[in-house]
Structures are given as structure tokens and as C-alpha cells.
Design a protein around this ligand. Structure first.
Ligand code: FES
Length: 578
């Protein structure tokens, strides 16, 4: 197991440059010996562990336990584990939005994996942006890597009713806004929604990313769904450490696993699990790092053939712990077998098809439906195009109201998130249930950071009348835990002068999901005049630092909102810089 004199491995890898390699190694070992390591330990292959514990991040509260279990697996396999901190991002503790920081975390991960000596790395992520950020970074560093997630939280209980973040957060808050529950009860609910460590317990973005990354082959089979506080989660962590040692020995790099066919598998699973719309943005960004372009129309074609099989909130009824009890992703993969590329390599060194064969035999359960009797007849998402979204838009049709999927209505326009906040509950707002709420300037550059503002609240006066859903359209994203007839990711965004910027209150918009269309029914001459009057929004603090970098280089949603300079030139990305 010794890394010997090989300068591409172990402690000899990537020596700090002092002009004398032997002195560099002498100095490096002198410093790390300050932590009590022996020469024997330092002569082993090194497995880095990206430690994303943070006092701000309850979704990662179990990371210290997982680091210990990963270390155990690494040491039992004869290598040396060394954990190191990176940025940790929690959805509710990242102003202006976690998406603003995803690429920063990807850069942090990439540079630390590249800069520090490690023969493989275990990436411990969980909360929404952390897993894509880590895999974007690992893909660019192209060091053998394996993903471990913190795992979903368990459910809580409110007055005997099972609850979990954060579909139920929104459901109870909507009831509170409508006056159905009072201050005392909403406060009680607040205590129960997140009963412990782990990621949101529904098919939100964190669960979605865990599932698609397992399907992609970058995680151990069965690694996505085990609850954060379970013994299974710790055993998966131990096995992940052992697997990382094998990855290092075989020099199995991410580019050999994250192939075009593996991304197709991930997209198929994204549709079949009723996954978060954020999944498509993140997978696009991850693929982009490897020089691969995801085809939105191809994604839509898969969605016409692959139905939703997993009955989890927000599209369905159950929670992630139930999916774990039903066998986790392997149960889904077994159903999807004929829709997958079974020859794709995984971190185990075996093909996906072999892993499906090796999975425990199925048992009777009600969480994953058979292909012959799906939860929803087509894929969870559809890709829309039209004069309002020339480069595409997304709708999570499985979480929408059937009656609104083909709908024509009057636009009620909000020019920014601030405008929305100021006017949505105004009793004098002229709005009817069949209107279409439109939010501008909430995209990658407009907000900035493309926040999850697409789930616009139902105006209070309509909510009080019992209105539960309306068509809502924006260039923003939406939390994977939200539901409704909500069109997202309109590209190009309004801040870039996309057609969304030209919509005015009173215009008629036609949404036609069955035919994948979204159209602004306004004459071309009128739109041309409005275009000539367009001015992009300005942002304070945009003249320096990370915000300037972000605004200068962030790409649109159809390119995963990565920074243009982080995508390999082979993709031929044209900067969106204005
Ligand atoms: Fe972290 Fe939902 S807030 S997964």
C-alpha cells in the first residue's frame, strides 16, 4: 500500500514549490508530523475528506460522525485519511441565495482537491448546492472522487400529523396566510418541521441530487436514501472510505464515470423520481465541466417515455425514510432497467447493470410503483419553448394542477422580487384566480443568483377565498419541495433582455404544456418598441469582489449557471457577458 517514491502519489504529490523537491517533502512532513503522524502513516496513499460541517448548516450536523466512519473505512483498507474544511452552504443561511455561492464552493473544492496531496477524495455534501458544487469541482480537478451525502432527516409530528421539511413548511405557511391556522399553531409547527440532522426529507433538491448522483455512478449503490441519523448511514460512510482507497489504487477518475451515457441515466432517474427542477441546472453544470452538453429537448423526449415511479412529496405522499425502507434507489433502478445504459462504470469499478443485479431482491412496498402502474404517466418535468422562452423553460408538471397545464390568462407583472414582496398582498391589487403571475429580474444576473423565488405566493386575498394554485412564470428557480403550476428558468432571463422583460400587466400569455409551448400573445411591433426601451437592472456592490465576478461571468440556466471561464473551451461556450 505504500506510495513509495512515486511523486504523483501520497505525501509526495503536488509539492509546494521551493526549487528543491526533497526539501519541499522534508518541510511538508516536518509540519504534518506536528500533528503526531508517523513515517509509516505518511507513506500510505492519502484519501482526502471534504469536511463541510458548519454551525450554520443543520443539514450537515452529522458530518463529524460521518468523517469518523469514513476514516475507519479508509484505515481498515490501509490508507491514510486526512479531512479538510471547505465552504458549507445551507439554503436558509446564504444571502442573497445559495445558488449565488454554488460556483464559489465548486472553485473552493476544485482548488483544495488539486492543491493538497490526496490520491482520492471523499466529498461529504448534502444540502442542495453542496453536492453539485463538489462534483463540479471534482470533475474539473479530475482526481478520483466519491460522493457521500449526509442523508435525509427523519420526519416530525405535529398534533399527530407526520410532517417534514420543507413541503410541509410551505403547506402550513399557506394555511397560515389564508387564516386557517393561528399564530400559536404556526409556532408549534415551526418546532416540528426539522426534527433533527439531515437534509429535507422529501424529494427536494438535496434528495434529488443524492439520487441522480447515485444513478450517475459517483456514489455507492444504495447510498442516497439512508436517513442521516441511521446506523445504515454510518455503514455507508465506512464503505465509502474503503471504496475511495480502491479508487485511488485504480486511478479511476471522474471523467471515466461521468460520461454522456451516465448523464442520460441521471436524467432518466431525475424524471422517474419526480425530482427537483434544480436537478437539471446542476446536472447541466456538472456535465459542462467535463465538456458535455446536456440536450434539453432530449431530456423532454426521455420524459415522454419515462413516468414518475416514486411516490414522495411534493409530487406524491411519502418521505425519504420511506423510500429507504423500500430499498432506496436500487428499487427504482430495477424498474427502470430497460431505460438505462447498464454498461456505465460506477465508483465500485463495476457497471451499473452489475450493481442492479447485485442489489437485494425486491420486497412488497408501496413507495416505488412498477413501470406498468406509475404514479404519474410521464416524466416529472417538461421543457417548454416559445416566443417567451426561446432557449427554454422548465415546468414540474407532476407537481402542477392538471386543470392549469393548458391555460390562457392575463399577466400580472412584478418587476423584481422586491416589487413582488411589496404588492402581492395589497388588497387593491387587481388580480383574479385565472390570471398569470409573472416575475421579472429573478434570474442568474437579475436577482442576482437565480433564487428560489419562482414559487410566488398566492395573493393573500385570493388565498383567503380558497385559491390554492395559479399559473406562475419567472426566470427564477423553485425549491424542489414546492409544488404548483410554476414555469421556471425562462431563458434568456429578463435581465439579459429576454422576452420575459417585455411582458406588461394585461398582456395575454398562453401556457400549453401538452404541446410544450409558452407564448406571449403580443404583436411583434409592440414588443420591438418595448425592447428599444429596455434597460437592465443595476446592482449595488457589483463593482468589486465575488459579486462582480459572478455578474460578469455567470452563464444562463441552459448552461447550468456555471461561470464561463470554468467550462472547458471544448464545449464552445459563448460568454453571456454583456
Ligand atoms: Fe438543506 Fe433542505 S435546507 S436540504
Amino acid at each position: 500500500m505504500s506510495s513509495g517514491d512515486d511523486t504523483s502519489r501520497g505525501m509526495r504529490k503536488g509539492l509546494t514549490s521551493y526549487g528543491d523537491a526533497r526539501f519541499s517533502l522534508f518541510l511538508r512532513k516536518a509540519f504534518i508530523k506536528g500533528m503526531g503522524y508517523s513515517d509509516d502513516a505518511l507513506d500510505r496513499p492519502i484519501i482526502g475528506i471534504a469536511n463541510t460541517a458548519s454551525g450554520y448548516n443543520a443539514c450537515h450536523a452529522n458530518v463529524p460522525d460521518l468523517v469518523e466512519a469514513v476514516k475507519r473505512g479508509i484505515m481498515l483498507s490501509g490508507a491514510l485519511p486526512i479531512d479538510f474544511p471547505t465552504i458549507s452552504i445551507h439554503e436558509s443561511f446564504a444571502h442573497p441565495t445559495s445558488m449565488f455561492l454554488r460556483n464559489l464552493m465548486a472553485m473552493d473544492t476544485e482548488e483544495l482537491v488539486r492543491a493538497q496531496p490526496m490520491d482520492a477524495v471523499v466529498l461529504i455534501g448534502g444540502c442542495d448546492k453542496t453536492v453539485p458544487a463538489q462534483l463540479m469541482g471534482a470533475a474539473s480537478a479530475n482526481v478520483p472522487a466519491i460522493q457521500l451525502v449526509t442523508g435525509p432527516m427523519l420526519t416530525g409530528s405535529h398534533r399527530g400529523e407526520r410532517v417534514g421539511a420543507c413541503t410541509d413548511c410551505r403547506r402550513f405557511w399557506a394555511r397560515y396566510r389564508a387564516g386557517e391556522i393561528d399564530d400559536a399553531e404556526i409556532s408549534e409547527v415551526n418546532d416540528q418541521l426539522v426534527p433533527g440532522a439531515g437534509t429535507c426529507g422529501v424529494m427536494g433538491t438535496a434528495s434529488t441530487m443524492a439520487m441522480v448522483v447515485e444513478a450517475l455512478g459517483m456514489m455507492l449503490p444504495g447510498g442516497a436514501a439512508a436517513p442521516a441519523v441511521s446506523a445504515d448511514r454510518r455503514r455507508i460512510a465506512e464503505a465509502t472510505g474503503a471504496c475511495a482507497v480502491r479508487l485511488a489504487a485504480e486511478k479511476l477518475t471522474p471523467d471515466r464515470i461521468m460520461t454522456a451515457k451516465a448523464f442520460e441515466n441521471a436524467l432518466t432517474v431525475l424524471l422517474a423520481i419526480g425530482g427537483s427542477t434544480n436537478g437539471i441546472v446542476h446536472l447541466t453544470a456538472m456535465a459542462g465541466r467535463l465538456g458535455l452538453e446536456l440536450d434539453l429537448d432530449g431530456f423532454d423526449r426521455i420524459g415522454r417515455q419515462v413516468p414518475v415511479l416514486v411516490d414522495l412529496k411534493p409530487s406524491g405522499q411519502h418521505y425519504m425514510e420511506d423510500l429507504h425502507d423500500a430499498g432506496g434507489l436500487p428499487t427504482v433502478l430495477r424498474e427502470l432497467r430497460d431505460c438505462l445504459h447498464l454498461d456505465c462504470l460506477t465508483v465500485t469499478g463495476r457497471a451499473l447493470g452489475e450493481e442492479i443485479e447485485a442489489a437485494p431482491k425486491p420486497w412488497k412496498q408501496e413507495i416505488v410503483a412498477p413501470l406498468s402502474k406509475p404514479v404519474y404517466p410521464t416524466g416529472g418535468m417538461a421543457v417548454l419553448r416559445g416566443n417567451l422562452a426561446p432557449r427554454g423553460a422548465i415546468i414540474k408538471q407532476s407537481a402542477a394542477s392538471e386543470s392549469l397545464l393548458a391555460h390562457k390568462g392575463r399577466a400580472i407583472v412584478f418587476s423584481s422580487i422586491e416589487d413582488l414582496t411589496a404588492r402581492i398582498d395589497d388588497p387593491d391589487l387587481d388580480v383574479r384566480p385565472d390570471d398569470i403571475l409573472v416575475l421579472q429580474n429573478a434570474g442568474p444576473k437579475g436577482a442576482p443568483g437565480m433564487p428560489e423565488a419562482g414559487y410566488m405566493p398566492i395573493p393573500r386575498k385570493l388565498a383567503a377565498q380558497g385559491v390554492k394554485d395559479m399559473v406562475r412564470i419567472s426566470d427564477a428557480r423553485m425549491s424542489g419541495t414546492a409544488s404548483g403550476t410554476i414555469v421556471l428558468h425562462i431563458t434568456p432571463e429578463s435581465a439579459e433582455g429576454g422576452p420575459l422583460a417585455l411582458v406588461r400587466t394585461g398582456d395575454i400569455i398562453e401556457l400549453d404544456v401538452p404541446n410544450r409551448r409558452i407564448e406571449l400573445l403580443v404583436e411583434g411591433a409592440v414588443l420591438a418598441k418595448r425592447r428599444s426601451e429596455f434597460t437592465p437592472p443595476s446592482h449595488t456592490g457589483s463593482d468589486r469582489g465575488y459579486k462582480k465576478l459572478f455578474l460578469d461571468t455567470v452563464l444562463q440556466a441552459d448552461r447550468g449557471c456555471d461561470f464561463d471561464f470554468l467550462v472547458p473551451e471544448s464545449v464552445g461556450v459563448t460568454p453571456d457577458r454583456s
